[in-house]
Design a protein around this ligand. Structure first.
Ligand code: CIR
Length: 255
């Protein structure tokens, strides 16, 4: 299943996170982020995962977002190609750090693609084209995934959304939690059951289903009401770290 995991990779927090890329031009306070990040780690442990902790990278302000430079599929690690020049070098470092955990390393060599734009449902992947992922990168990654036995569709990310997954997440088999903007995508509407969150609760749409738990960003009352009927929720506060456009999925790689 798309949410059954045993292991996670998380990078320790760097002070330079204060200078991470921010679509809102905000700077999170390091001291507050320390708490949020450590609570995130606790929540991942509570969901039952064994954590592989990577060392912090001060040179790369956004390097705790380990989901963006790498993708795990079966026992393969695929090293992606982050678009932003301040992040691109993360891929070479993470490759060396985690290659021993997987049987095979593959590389996206042409175009740009970031993990935040890749939604995985079992053996199917949706790659969202965005300001960070272009056609060439999506095509290169599709070819790699197809050779490994997956199916792939490429879809547009709506305007003003950083990554495809910034506003959606897989929460059950063929069930995707979506913001109102993502709910308008014909591709998603015609292929999946969508749970649509109301305007103002976009931040909750990047939730993280892990085994029998659903990690939900704290502070979204409607989302909690809707989802707590069916899911075993762990609330995780990410208000400060959200200033650099973080969601829950981006701070770990899971397999
Ligand atoms: C960035 O702009 O790259 C970071 N500040 C946030 C990355 C979030 N990544 C993700 O949602 N997969």
């Amino acid at each position: 299943m798309a949410y059954n995991f045993n292991n996670a990779i998380i990078r320790k927090l760097n002070k330079s996170i204060q200078n991470g890329l921010s679509s809102k031009n905000l700077h999170p306070q390091y001291k507050i982020v320390i708490n949020e990040h450590s609570n995130y780690i606790k929540a991942i442990k509570e969901a039952g995962l064994k954590i592989n902790l990577l060392e912090p990278l001060e040179k790369y302000p956004d390097s705790i977002f380990v989901e963006d430079p790498a993708l795990i599929y079966k026992s393969n690690i695929i090293i992606l190609n982050p678009f932003d020049q301040t992040r691109n070098g993360e891929k070479d470092i993470i490759k060396e750090e985690i290659k021993h955990l997987f049987d095979n390393i593959l590389l996206v060599e042409n175009g740009f693609v970031e993990g935040g734009d890749i939604l995985n449902l079992n053996n199917h992947f949706i790659i969202g084209l965005s300001n960070r992922t272009n056609k060439e990168g999506a095509e290169n990654l599709s070819n790699i995934l197809k050779k490994l036995g997956a199916t792939v569709d490429v879809c547009m990310t709506p305007d003003n959304i950083l990554h495809f997954k910034s506003e959606c997440s897989v929460i059950d088999d063929d069930v995707i939690l979506v913001s109102y903007k993502m709910a308008k995508l014909d591709y998603l509407k015609s292929n999946y059951d969508l749970i649509e969150l109301p305007i103002g609760e976009e931040g909750a749409s990047n939730s993280l289903r892990i085994n029998d738990k659903l990690l939900l960003p704290d502070g979204f009352i409607r989302a909690e009401e809707i989802l707590s009927k069916k899911y075993n929720i762990i609330k995780v506060k990410v208000n400060e770290i959200a200033k650099v456009d973080a969601g829950l999925s981006c701070m770990s790689l899971r397999w």
